[in-house]
Design a protein around this ligand. Sequence first.
Ligand SMILES: [Zn+2]
Length: 137
Amino acid sequence: MRFLDKIRTGFSRFMSGRYGADQLSMAMLWTALILSLISSFGGVPLLTLLADALLIVMFYRMLSKDRYRRQHENQTYLQKTDKVRRAVTEWANRVKNGKKYRYFTCPQCKMRLRVPRGVGNITITCKGCGTRFDKKA
Ligand SMILES: [Zn+2]
């Protein structure tokens, strides 16, 4: 245990003042993994190069001491990908809760609404605009 503690202390000393991982780093890591997976099946050497470049930039960002600039990059990334990330989250929730709920879109304001499955014919009142419409759930 002593040895592991030493490693842990040494690592946290090394990482102190450094930026560490954020959402952008994780996105880079996943993209690199997917790219290298694709290239290992398809044999596209350019993708491997791109994946390696992403990993290098990711480690550079994680070990960087310029916190302000890294936070700004992450903020920009989060803003630019907001719609996509929301769509992915919503899709994942639908897959996860698909057996429990049915999903409808409000005809008036296009807000996505969720109702329990198996309640039969119901009148749904939109939470966003108050529009009422009938559906079978
Ligand atoms: Zn509505």
